[in-house]
Structures are given as C-alpha cells and as structure tokens.
Design a binder for this molecule. Structure first.
Ligand SMILES: Nc1ncnc2c1ncn2[C@@H]1O[C@H](COP(=O)(O)OP(=O)(O)OP(=O)(O)O)[C@@H](O)[C@H]1O
Ligand SMILES: [Zn+2]
Length: 839
C-alpha cells in the first residue's frame, strides 16, 4: 500500500507521467501497466474509465488506478486506446479503499471493482464483427462457402453486426466455426464493443404550448374551438385541474406524465388531436426513479439518558476514531443516531449508515426518511440495478449526503465522509461469503472511515466479541445504556421443558403447555406473538420408517429439506430440488415420515392449535419478491396478523409495540452451532429475539422450549450480564488461540475429483508450514460439508498474530505459494478460496 499511496503525487494529476496502471475487470481482475499516448495525456485521471487492448484480440474497459513513470519489467506496455470519462466515475479515495481491500482480503483488485460498481456502471464488452478493411474478395486466395458469403453480404450492408445477428442470418446456432474460418481467411475482424448499460428513466410528458399557457384569451379560444368535443374537453380540464397554468406557470414547464393524463380512461386519439392542433406539446424528460420527498417531522427529543449517551459518544470522538454504543434492546439507539447524523450533515460532511439486511431496513428506513427526506439515499440488494446507479450518481453529484444501506454501500463514491454508523454491528450477515472480496462490512467500514478521516459508531445490544474486546482494551470508546426507553422494562424469560412435557403427555404438535398458555394469554388481550425457528421449510427431512433412507442432494453431501407447500425436497446449498417420492427409493416402503420442524410446519401446527388466530410467516420462501418483507411487516404492524412465525429475519431491529410474547421454538438448535463462536452467537440470538417483546408499557414474556433447560448458557442469557459472559468465554478463546486473540484465515481447496482436491490441500499445507509469520496451521480437513455442487472441499485454518505486520507477511507469502501451486499442471483446475476473518 505504501508504494502506491505513500507518495503525495498520487492525488495530483501529473502531466509528466507516461504510464498508467489500469484495473481490468473479471475475469482478468488485475492491474496492468499501459502507455499513455501524448494525445490523451490531459484526459488521464485516476478513476477514469479507459479502453485498452488485452492480449491479441480483446478490447476491454478498465479504470485507471495509478499514473507513474515506471515502464513494466515483464512485458512491453501497450498504449491506452481511449478515455471514456471526462469526469471520473470513481474517486481516488475509492481506489485507495479497493487496493486496501484486495490486499487485506487476499483477492484481486478487479474482483473488488466488480463488487463495487453496480452492474449498470460495470465495465462490459460485447463482441462485434466487422469487415476487414484490408480484405479484397477478388484477390483472396481462399474460396468462401455460401454461409461465409452470406455473412460478408450482411457486412457490406451494415458496418458491424453481432453474434446474434449472424445466428439469425444463417439460421444456425453454432456460428463460431464459420466466424473462425472467416477470421482465418482475413475477411472479418472481431472486436469488443463497450456498452453503457445504465438506462435513464425517460417519461413522455405533455404540457400546454407556450402561447396558450401564457394567455387567458388564447385558452378561452381553445375551449370555444373544442366545444362539442367532450373527449378533448375532458383531457384539457383534467390537465388544468392538476396544473393551474396561470397561478403556477412553472408547473406547466414540467408538464405531466402522459400515462397519468390518460389514466382515467381518456382517449389517446383525442390527445393526439390536441397535440396535432398545437394545444398540447409532447416532450421527453429524464426523471429519477427514487422519487422526491420532503422531511415530514422533526427528530424526537432525546431522553436525558439518550442525551447523556450522545454527549459521551462525542466526547470519545475527540480522541478516538471508533466508538461502541452498547445499548440494550429498545433503548432508543436509533434516535441517538439521528441526532448525530444531523450534526455531521450540518457540518457539511457525508454520513453512511450500514444495516445488515433489508428486512431491518424497512422500519428504520421509514423512520429516518421522515426526518431526512430526500437528502437520504437508500441502497439495498433488492433494488433494481438502475435504481442503484441513481443512488451512486446521487452521491456523486451531492444530491445524497446521507445514505442508509446494506454492506455494498461502503463502495459508493463518497468523497468527504464524516461519520459511518454500523447498526447491529454484531450481525454475521455483514460478512460477504461469496464471491470475493470476502469482506466484513463493519471492519471495512472502519478502514473506509480512516481514509476519510471520519468517525465510526458501532451500535448493538449484543456487541460482537471482537468489538467488545477492542472497547475493553481502550482501542474503541465505549458507551453503555442499560435500560429501555420510556417506561418499558426488560422482558421476562421462561424455560419450557420439552422432555418433561413429553413424559407427562402434555406435548401437542411439539408445543409445551407453557408455550400454549403464554400464546393464548396474549391472544386474549389482542396482543401479538412472534415465534422464532432457525430453519425454513416444512420439516428438515423425509425419512423412510423402514430402512432409514433420507433424501440427499445429488450435488452436495447434505440432506434435502422438505417443503410441503410445493411437495418438494430442496437443497438449501445449491437449490437442487426434486418431487417427494411416493415410496422409498431404497426399499420401496410407503412409510415415509417427516422429521424435525421448519417454519412452515410450525405455522401449520399453530394454526391447528389456535384456529382463531391469524397467522403469518416470514422467511426466505415468503419474501422472495421485492415487496415481500414490506407486505408482511405492514400487515403485522396494522394488526392483521396475530402470530408471526419466522427465521432470523424476525430477530433484528423490529419494533412493534403490541408484541408481548416471543417464543423460541427450539432453543437447543441455537446452542448447537458448530464453531468456537457458539456461545457468543447463542447469547446474541436469544437476546435479540427476546428483545422484540414488551417494547412499550406491557411487560414482555419470552418462552424458550428446550430438551436441556439446565444448560447454563440459558441461565447466563437470562441473567443478561454480558460482561461476565464475555469474560468467561475469553478464557477459552485465549487458551485455544481463537479470535479476538488471533486472526483467522481459512483456505478452502476445491476440485471435482476427490483425490486431486485432497492432494492439492496437502501440498498447500506443506508449503504453508514454512511461512514464519503464522502461529498455527490446522487441517486440511474435509469441509463440514464434504461436497457442494459436485466439488469436494478441504479446509485449512491458519491462526495469525494480531500484529498487523506479520499478517501482511503471511498474506504475501500465501499469494506466492498459491500462484506457484496453481501453475503446476496437476493443480491447474483446482480452486483455492481464501477467506480472511471467516465468520
Ligand atoms: N427520544 C425518543 N422519543 C420518542 N420515542 C423514542 C425515543 N427514543 C426511542 N423511542 C422509541 O422507543 C422505541 C425503541 O427505540 P429503538 O428502536 O431506537 O431501539 P433500539 O435501541 O434500536 O433497539 P434494538 O436494539 O432492539 O433495535 C422505538 O419505538 C422508538 O421510536
Ligand atoms: Zn445441493
């Protein structure tokens, strides 16, 4: 990083530089050095998109990462062909951030670029075919067949054609051999054409022509002219109702959308006549998809506790760049964020607020939108690509000084961030698993803040142990709020013993008596209930009672999950699905039964137990479309659902006043997380779900069903002493070298052949043993799931010192080792996946 950015001249346009490092897109994803031709030197800027040649035939678009004066050693630099941007779409701070991310998370910078740019801005290319200008049909030594002739004829008519055109012309699917032959005969050239993918939204709008809009007499004349033509009259009257042209002439400038004008069934042909007669004129307008909204209300007055917390946060920011706000569920962290955001915006800096998932964004976003109106941009994964480009451009042009978004919003083109807030900072979904860059948005955000000289506020009711550790060490400022806003009190916990109820025959459809009583009590008072189960689908497995057969995925070593609604068994890893068999494929028995419980089945059971209750379900299956979450949450908020069953989607951030009972269907499932983080995760998950209960006057009740209610983890969660829990867990983490005492790197070796995968994993293991910077290398072991999508996988875990330097040394050596292994013929098709700070 130093070599790239240590020098001051990085940020300045230097006229004397002859070379540029260009970041190339996936699949090449690296930087290559190109020569800057004198003619375009003045247009070359960091972050500008340029067109370059790569290899013999490819023409690609890349982004300038650096300009300098050092020719490359290993190859001769080709010239940059053209510059696409006058105004760069990416700023130098972003490139600096990309470079950091690529080196920290061990991936290529082009992969970071790919993640960073919404696909509408992404660099893309499409192959086109043109006539070779040096080709002379008469002189050619090679005879052409009739198909080749046909292509050439087409090219004589139009300058360039696509592969698709060729397919149409010839009526065949495999045109590549024909084109290849034409290239060999030097008759055609194939080139890549850069395309802009983003399409602005254009509306056809209508307005009164100028003369009529400016003169009452002219308008009266028009009305006389169309007297007796009611259809035309109706359109004109409707327009004037929405657009009072004489009182507000500026509204006529903007006109109205044609579709809206005709919406009430007015006739298009009458409108055409009005246009033909010069009464209306039609024009095109680029509109923004995100709409305009003005702020509706002031921020709430802070309580004295909140005010004190705010002052404390600001106090810490004087000397520290990061502060952890540890406030119990319902303590009103959002209101504190709002005040802080307002102050930073007033000082002229930008603000970014990260949220882990869209499910969460809906409630918080609508609260924020009321205060910040249209200066706030929203960036999330369910947005269409064009909407994302508009947020991007909105940040670029200064329209959005504040953005709320999911993890990819750290890539937006901010140039002067003053504050980044990471809400629910403990959330595992901040980590990107696949593809690279496998970054953690919280950690990347603190780095981004550093580049901007901005502050970071991490907020949670159950901080991650990493952040809590940093706060304990004094690296982060620490602010605590330990009671809820207003009169709300913390919820009360109850453990319901599944085994005991089973023995006493009290279990009904897997619900304990206590669970049923609490739910009934809430329903009687018209209060609402949330039921949490960390497993979607109907029931995990279908099993043969006679031989024990269960359905397995054909591509992964996992059992298929039964989805009753579709009568299917699905793989939750690769999406593979098949119909439920009529009889056991192994022994032919028809005794197939379902095992275990998913959200779908719990919903069914509860509707049998409480037939009068209105049920709802929120999980991946019910929220696939863009407005899925919104619809369910709206219904719940409006009191149209009494019991909502859901996966972790319902655990976070939801703030519904009428929820008084939270049921955790299978507490033991939460405890059995196969990882050193099991305790931490269980504590966080239970506390967070429980935190949805009793957020107003009525006290919340939390029922946890368990076969093992004596487990002391339950006692600890119920006691709610986070520090004590942390302290105890840290003893083991320290003893066995786990984060936060060490840094982990996980390397997965993948291949479709078990033997090759195993051999490659062991080769890697041997090489890594020689790197001095690491503490311990564990593995390689077969992955927790040995095969996914027909790829066998082995995992190695490396533990590194926390000290930054030895991490860098390790990562550099690792890159060399992997490059070396990949170049061995036997391992050419092996894939290595490096995951830094896996979660
Ligand atoms: N100063 C205030 N004035 C009025 N209402 C407030 C104020 N502070 C908080 N509230 C209300 O209290 C409730 C809880 O606040 P909020 O959702 O911000 O809590 P939180 O700390 O984010 O909780 P969680 O961690 O569970 O998400 C909300 O309904 C919020 O509107
Ligand atoms: Zn599968």
């Amino acid at each position: 990083m130093e070599s790239l950015f240590g020098d001051q001249d990085f940020f300045e346009k230097q006229s004397g530089n002859n070379f540029a490092d260009v970041i190339l897109p996936v699949p090449i994803p690296r930087m290559f050095t190109y020569k800057i031709p004198v003619a375009i030197r003045s247009q070359i800027q960091i972050g500008a998109r340029v067109i370059v040649q790569f290899g013999k035939k490819k023409v690609l678009t890349g982004i300038i990462g650096k300009v300098h004066n050092k020719p490359p050693q290993a190859y001769e630099a080709k010239p940059i062909l053209d510059v696409l941007d006058i105004q760069p779409s990416v700023n130098p701070l972003q490139i600096r951030f990309w470079v950091w991310m690529a080196s920290y998370y061990c991936c290529h910078i082009g992969e970071v670029m790919h993640a960073a740019l919404p696909s509408g801005l992404r660099l893309s290319s499409e192959s086109k075919i043109q006539l070779n200008p040096n080709f002379d049909r008469e002189e050619s030594k090679y005879p052409l067949d009739f198909r080749e002739e046909k292509i050439l004829e087409a090219l004589e008519k139009s300058e360039e054609i696509t592969y698709e055109d060729c397919e149409k012309i010839l009526g065949v699917k495999t045109i590549h051999p024909i084109l290849k032959s034409l290239v060999a005969k030097e008759a055609i050239l194939i080139f890549e054409k850069v395309q802009e993918k983003y399409t602005p939204k254009v509306e056809t709008r209508l307005r009164l022509t100028k003369d009529i809009a400016e003169s009452k007499t002219a308008l009266e004349a028009v009305f006389e002219g169309i007297a007796g033509k009611p259809k035309q009259e109706s359109i004109l009257l409707k327009y004037l109702r929405d657009v009072p042209v004489f009182q507000k002439p500026q509204l006529n400038e903007k006109g109205v959308d044609k579709a809206t004008l005709l919406e009430e069934g007015d006739s298009e042909s009458s409108l055409k006549t009005l246009i033909k007669n010069g009464i209306f004129e039609s024009f095109k307008l680029v509109v923004n998809r995100l709409g305009e909204e003005e702020p509706e209300k002031e921020a709430s007055e802070l309580s004295s506790t909140q005010q004190a917390a705010l002052e404390e946060i600001k106090g810490h920011f004087e000397s520290k760049s990061t502060v952890l706000l540890h406030g119990v569920t319902g303590s009103g962290k959002t209101e504190i964020y709002i005040k802080l955001i307002q102050e930073v915006l007033e000082s002229g800096s930008q603000v970014l607020m990260l949220l882990p998932e869209i499910a969460l964004t809906i409630q918080i976003v609508s609260r924020l939108k009321k205060v910040f109106g249209s200066q706030m941009g929203i960036y999330h994964s369910k947005y269409s690509d064009n909407e994302r480009v508009e947020v991007w451009n909105g940040v670029l042009c200064g329209r959005f000084s504040f953005v709320v978004g999911v993890r990819s919003s750290i890539f937006l083109p901010f140039d002067s961030l003053g504050l980044i807030i990471v809400d629910e900072e403990h959330e595992p979904s901040y980590k990107q698993f696949d593809p690279a860059p496998r970054f953690h948005a919280r950690d990347a955000a603190t780095m981004l803040a550093y580049f901007h000289q901005a502050k970071t506020l991490l907020g949670s009711a159950t901080p991650s142990f990493e952040s809590y550790f940093n706060a304990n060490q004094g690296k982060y400022g620490y602010v605590e709020i330990n009671h809820r806003f207003g009169d709300a009190s913390m919820p009360e916990f109850h453990l319901a013993n599944l085994s005991a109820d089973r023995k006493k025959n009290l279990l009904k459809l897997d619900s304990t008596r206590l669970m049923r009583e609490k739910i009934q009590a809430a329903l009687d008072k018209q209060e609402q209930v949330l039921i949490f189960q960390n497993r979607r689908g109907y029931s995990p497995y279908i099993q043969c009672e006679d031989c024990g057969w269960t359905g397995q995925c054909v591509q992964c070593d996992v059992s298929l999950t039964y989805h009753q609604f579709a009568e299917e068994m699905r793989c939750h890893y690769c999406g593979y699905k098949e119909k439920v068999p009529q009889s056991c494929p192994a022994c032919g028995s028809t005794q197939l039964t379902t095992m275990g419980m998913g959200t779908e089945r719990i919903e069914e059971s509860l509707s049998l137990l409480f037939p009068e209750a209105r049920m709802g379900r929120m999980d991946l299956d019910t929220t696939r479309n863009k407005y899925g979450y919104q619809r369910i949450l709206d219904e719940f908020g409006a009191g149209q659902i009494d019991i909502l069953v859901g996966t972790q989607m319902i655990t976070k951030g939801l703030d519904f006043g009428k929820v008084t009972v939270v049921g955790i269907w299978d507490g033991d499932r939460i405890l059995n997380f196969p990882d050193f983080r099991a305790g931490e995760r269980a504590y966080q998950q239970i506390t967070q779900v429980a935190g949805r209960a009793g957020r107003r006057e009525a006290k919340g009740q939390v029922v946890i069903q368990s076969r093992d209610p004596e487990n002391d983890l339950y006692e600890k969660v119920i006691k709610g002493d986070y520090f004590e829990f942390f302290r105890q867990e840290m003893i083991d983490r320290k003893k066995f070298y786990y984060p936060p005492y060490v840094k982990l790197v996980k390397i997965t070796t993948r291949h479709s052949d078990f033997k090759i995968a195993e051999k490659a994993a062991h080769a890697l293991h041997r090489e890594m043993a020689n790197i001095a910077a690491k503490k311990i290398v564990l593995g390689p072991e077969k992955g927790i799931i040995a095969r996914i999508k027909n790829q066998y996988q082995f995992e190695s875990l490396i533990k590194l010192d926390r000290n930054g330097n030895s991490q860098a040394v390790f990562k550099e050596s690792l890159a060399k080792i992997l490059e070396d292994l990949q170049s061995r013929p036997e391992f050419r098709s092996v894939r290595w996946i490096v995951d830094v700070d896996p979660s």
